[in-house]
Design a protein around this ligand. Structure first.
Ligand code: SF4
Length: 444
């Protein structure tokens, strides 16, 4: 939890000597609170105060990253309990788990499918993030090798210390997997291994208190990046544990719980239940999520849910304003106007493209808002549309100058005719789904 200017002031010498370049200690404290100055500018601050201030400046949920061969999965760095307060920062990594008791062929078939899965969602390619390898009485190193033969994505490695050592020896230099899961019995050797490998270590505990205890021990053993794995597996249990952990980290600045959370929806066994638990883990504070089943029809809603929760609510998803071609249009094809809010753009583009109609699409700069919202906010009017027609050289692309306004802003048609006197201004349907019919029947 960040300290206020007054709290910082109380930790400063309060002599107003000006050596920091500010007229008073209070002025300097205010700048520190606003993160516009560095504590090092004050040469007189006591060691005790300096360590308190630098501890307070640490993010409440420790940021960390798993890496492999050009891939990266970041976690932590969250500062709010609710997305609308500011934004969530790092999308929880979704990992598909394989077990070393399975054959190499079975492991590779599952990993190949999960690794290759990608889906286009409003112009973004969404994918899963990596693979979890679980010791289960088989040859752990052979399982890691089988995975690495078909996927280069980051790994979660779950085994005892000896098997982990063998698995780690197969990874490329610079790879950072997550190791786990340390418990009250094995934490010393697991911590030593994680420290040596420079990898984050997951710790498990039957209760939040047990997690706190283990996280502190592992930290004292020299592991900086810790991941908390609560033992709870039910919907209510996971919700309670994850919420307590995150509340304590953010609201009480309680450092032993200021780490990303690891969840195991796959432990349920039932794929439907697993999907529900994974959805809950995405919504409520997990940083790494382990799935036991991979199916595109489950991966898709989870990825879309994650995208919607982790986009910044203050920044709409936008496409770049410009003139876009749909189905290779020619000079006789119409110009359809819309705004640069991604969902609006893709709704229109997908309908027209799917229907086989040809069109030019003028995506006007409406600051990423949808048609009605932009119009109401004064960001989508005839003057702006006419400006973008000129800015993007639309007249050079068409012989027959026909421009189609979205039906929701039919009211702009008169003004647009004045702005673009040599254009035929038409009013299209309100909904994108009606565009193909409109283009075939009306726009001839
Ligand atoms: S240098 Fe330190 S003691 Fe001097 S005014 Fe600045 S904050 Fe206060």
């Amino acid at each position: 939890m960040a300290l206020s200017g007054i709290q910082i002031y109380k930790l400063l010498p309060q002599t107003n000597c000006k050596d920091c370049g500010y007229p008073t200690c209070l002025a300097f404290a205010m700048k520190l609170a606003a993160k516009q100055a560095e504590l090092a500018l004050c040469p007189h601050v006591s060691e005790e105060s300096a360590s308190k201030l630098s501890a307070a400046a640490q993010p409440p949920v420790r940021p960390m990253a798993l890496r492999s061969n050009g891939f990266e999965v970041k976690a932590g760095a969250e500062t709010v309990l609710f997305r609308h307060e500011k934004t969530f920062v790092n999308r929880p990594g979704l990992f598909v788990r394989v077990r070393d008791s399975d054959s190499a062929d079975a492991i590779q078939a599952k990993v190949r499918a999960a690794d290759a899965y990608t889906v286009d969602y409003v112009g973004m390619d969404l994918t899963l993030d990596g693979i979890a390898v679980q010791a289960d009485g088989g040859d752990f190193a052979a399982a890691v090798q089988a995975v690495r033969a078909v996927s280069q994505r980051p790994l979660l490695l779950f085994a005892g210390a000896e098997a982990l050592k063998a698995g780690l020896s197969l990874l490329a230099a610079g790879e950072i997997p997550l190791l786990g899961v340390a418990d009250a019995e094995n934490w010393q050797e697991m911590a030593a291994l994680a420290k040596q490998a420079g990898a984050p270590l997951a710790v498990a505990g039957a209760s939040v208190d047990a997690l706190v205890d283990l996280a502190q021990k592992v930290k004292e053993a020299g592991v900086a990046d810790i991941v908390l794995a609560p033992a709870q597996r039910s919907l209510l249990g996971v919700l309670k544990a994850n919420t307590i952990i995150r509340r304590m980290a953010l609201k009480k600045n309680f450092r032993p719980l200021g780490y990303p959370i690891l969840s195991f929806p796959g432990d349920w066994g039932d794929p439907a239940r697993e999907a529900v638990l994974a959805g809950q883990a995405i919504a409520k504070y997990s940083g790494f999520i382990v799935l036991d089943h991979f199916a595109p029809e489950v991966a898709y809603p989870l990825l879309v849910l994650r995208e919607n929760i982790y986009t910044d609510p203050q920044k709409p998803i936008q496409v770049t304003p410009g003139i876009y071609e749909i189905n290779n249009p020619g000079p006789d094809d119409p110009v359809l106007v819309t705004t640069n809010f991604s969902i609006t753009y893709f709704s229109v583009a997908n309908e027209v493209e799917g229907s086989g109609n040809k069109a030019w699409m003028l995506v006007a700069d409406a600051e990423g808002m949808s048609v009605l919202t932009a119009w109401a906010a004064g960001k989508f009017d005839a003057e702006r549309i006419a400006k973008d027609v000129k800015r993007f050289g639309v007249a050079d692309k068409v012989g027959r100058k026909r421009i189609v306004l979205p039906g929701h802003v039919a009211v702009l048609s008169g003004e647009l005719e004045e702005e673009l006197p040599d254009w035929e201004v038409r009013v299209g349907p309100r909904e994108a789904v009606d565009l193909p019919k409109f283009m075939k029947q009306v726009l001839v």
